[in-house]
Every structure is written in structure tokens, then in C-alpha cells.
Design a protein around this ligand. Structure first.
Ligand SMILES: Cc1ncc(C[n+]2csc(CCOP(=O)(O)OP(=O)(O)O)c2C)c(N)n1
Ligand SMILES: [Mg+2]
Length: 344
């Protein structure tokens, strides 16, 4: 699934590797512009919740979103703005959730990221710390019991999330049952302010793959080409019956844990290291070097992303606020909300 903005124009006519790269890059730009807008709305006091950004993680996130197909299942986390858009989530879902619009998937109940579109395979996030792996497992089990074949379920996790019991139980279960699960780990060097050497003692998070008996692969999370290739290969292996796939990407979170956090604890040497590169800048250099785009084209793509985001934000800002007298306090999981609600 591809965001509507990128369905238009010449991009879809460009041959495969170049076309996929450009599509991914434009989704990364859209995600970055959207995240920057969320940050600005937060600073204006317009957001009644936290704002958690994905700066530096767009290449990895967009890659798993694009690697999946219609019918697959995706459970994104807080740093998956790009993956959500790549999987087909409309821009307006995120903006309505962030601004508390009652017309959004959360009906104004959530100020940030717990939205989903279950009917489209986009699962609503419970927690950032491993809870979604077992939910994806359950969905894949349901597919198996219903005789639905050829689908893959993917979710993402941070380095810190790999230290939880939820991670252990779910990855072990997926391995035993040989589920077509793809688990993408963004090793962004910190869990909130806790550095990786205070989180785990193994050499690399990739070591955890052999511990559970699953296939593992590593990737430079700042390199879009590598992320596209490695995630697509992992999805293919899972689809072809290879069982769970663990992908460990090395990168740096180029922002605070949330907009309330100045990330002052991040070691300066990490920002200067290769893993501290901005994946968007790396992708731009790649596009220019291969002459797939020039500076003017890059600027026009960015302008289009800004315009798309501004239009959606203006639309949502004209929508009514939640009305407490019309609130029925139904649990979000009740049927008409999770399955039948018209997301508009
Ligand atoms: C059970 C639980 N404990 C603590 C938190 C608060 N919390 C949310 S994300 C996070 C850190 C996660 O770190 P990591 O897994 O590395 O992901 P990153 O934020 O780096 O993407 C913490 C402590 C939580 N949401 N749930
Ligand atoms: Mg982390």
C-alpha cells in the first residue's frame, strides 16, 4: 500500500529499484514534515498528550511499511510515522489523533499514537515495550486457523523493548509455532535515557536471534537502500515459510524520547559516528549522486509534503472538539469502534 500523495505523477512509472527508492524517500520526507508539525503543534500547546517523534528512524520504518502487502498485518510503534504512511494509513488519521478530533480513529480519546485500522491490518498500539509481538502472533494464528495463507505479520521494537518479558514470551512462541513474523528492532542506542550497556550484556542484539532459534539479520539503519533490501528479504523469507525473522538496525534516535525530553544525555561522540547520520540526508546524497533527482526536484517534493500536511492540519483544526455530553464512554475495543467506525 502506498500513500495517495505518491500514487500520483511520474513516480509510479519509474523502473523498480529507482522507483521504490524514490517512493520510500518521499514517504520519509512526508513523515519528517508531519513529525515536525506535530512537534510544533505540541509547543503551541495544541496537543493534549505526548508527542513522540521518529527523527532518524524513517529509513527503517518506511522500509518495513513498503515491504508488506495488502492482507499483511502491521503493528507500528511510536517511531513509525513513515511505516504507517507506507502501509497506507491516511495522513488525517495521525493528525486527528494528535489534535483530539472526535472524527479520528480514537474519537478524541488519545493524544498520540494508539490508533489503528484493524480491518486494514494496521493494529492499534498497546505499548512500545513488546506488547504488540504477541498481538501479531495471535493475528497470524487466526489466519492459520482460518486457512488464510501467504500473509506476514510485522512489528517493530526498540533496543530497550528486547529486555522485557513480553519480548521473550512472544518471540519464543513465534519460533516454536514457526509463525511468519518479522520483528524489526531499532537499536537506537537508548531506552529513554538508558544507554544500551545498561540494558543488555550480549555483544549484539542479533545474538538474541540464535537464542530463540530464529533467523536474524542486521542492517545499517541510516542507509535506505540497505533497509529496503534487508526488510524485503526478511518479509520474503517469512512469507516463504522460513519462520520468524529478526532484523536489527543500528542507528541513533535524533530527537528526545518525546518532545518533552531534550536528549541531553546522548553522548556527543554518537552524534558524530556513522550511526548518528540523518537517514534523510544520506538518502538525498544517494539520489543526487545517482542523478535520480536534482536539488530543485528534492525541494519540490518537500514542498508537496509540506502542502499536504498543512492542508490536513487546517482541515482537522476546523473540526469540532469532542462533546462530553455526547460521550458514551464505550471501550475502544467495542465492535463498532474497532471494526465499524467510519474513519472518514
Ligand atoms: C511497562 C512500561 N514501562 C515503561 C514505559 C515507558 N516507556 C515507554 S517507551 C520507553 C523506552 C523504550 O526504549 P526502547 O525500547 O529502546 O525504544 P525507543 O524509545 O528507543 O524507540 C519507556 C521506558 C512504558 N510505556 N511501559
Ligand atoms: Mg531505544
Amino acid at each position: 500500500m502506498v500513500h495517495a500523495l505518491l500514487d500520483q505523477g511520474a513516480v509510479s512509472e519509474i523502473p523498480s529499484i529507482r522507483g521504490t527508492y524514490i517512493r520510500a524517500y518521499r514517504l520519509m520526507v512526508l513523515a519528517r514534515v508531519l513529525d515536525d508539525k506535530f512537534a510544533s503543534l505540541y509547543r503551541m500547546g495544541k496537543v493534549h498528550g505526548g508527542v513522540f517523534l521518529a527523527r532518524g528512524q524513517e529509513a527503517l520504518s518506511v522500509s518495513i511499511g513498503l515491504a508488506l502487502k495488502k492482507g499483511d498485518v502491521f503493528a507500528p510503534l511510536i517511531r513509525d510515522t513513515a511505516g504507517r504512511l507506507a502501509f497506507g494509513e491516511p495522513l488525517i488519521d495521525g493528525v486527528r489523533t494528535c489534535l483530539g478530533s472526535p472524527l479520528g480513529p480514537m474519537r478524541g480519546r488519545d493524544g498520540n499514537v494508539h490508533r489503528g485500522r484493524p480491518r486494514d491490518g494496521l493494529l492499534a498500539m498497546i505499548s512500545h515495550l513488546g506488547a504488540m509481538i504477541s498481538v501479531v502472533n495471535g493475528t497470524l494464528f487466526a489466519h492459520r486457523l482460518k486457512g488464510i495463507t501467504g500473509t506476514v505479520g510485522a512489528t517493530c521494537l526498540g533496543d530497550g523493548g528486547t529486555s522485557t518479558g513480553a519480548f521473550h514470551e512472544a518471540l519464543n512462541q513465534a519460533a516454536v509455532e514457526k509463525l511468519p513474523l518479522v520483528l524489526i528492532i531499532a537499536d537506537n542506542q537508548y531506552a529513554y535515557s538508558t544507554p544500551t550497556d545498561r540494558q543488555f550484556a550480549c555483544r549484539s542484539l542479533l545474538d538474541k536471534a540464535c537464542g530463540y532459534g530464529v533467523t536474524g539479520d542486521s542492517v545499517d539503519g541510516t542507509d535506505l537502500s540497505a533497509c529496503l533490501r534487508v526488510t524485503a528479504e526478511a518479509v520474503d523469507r517469512a512469507r516463504d515459510g522460513g519462520g520468524p525473522q529478526l532484523v536489527v538496525a543500528t542507528l541513533l534516535r535524533l530527537c528526545g524520547h518525546g518532545e518533552h525530553d531534550d536528549a541531553g544525555y546522548v553522548e556527543p561522540k554518537l552524534r558524530l559516528a556513522s550511526l548518528g547520520r540523518d537517514c534523510l540526508k544520506v538518502a538525498e546524497a544517494h539520489l543526487l549522486e545517482r542523478e535520480w533527482a536534482d536539488a530543485a526536484l528534492l525541494a519540490s517534493w518537500r514542498d508537496q509534503a509540506v502542502q499536504a500536511v498543512e492542508e490536513v492540519v487546517a482541515t482537522v483544526q476546523r473540526e469540532p472538539a469532542p462533546d462530553p455530553y455526547k460521550e458514551d464512554w464505550c471501550a475502544l475495543a467495542s465492535k463498532h469502534l474497532s471494526e465499524g467506525h467510519d474513519h472518514g
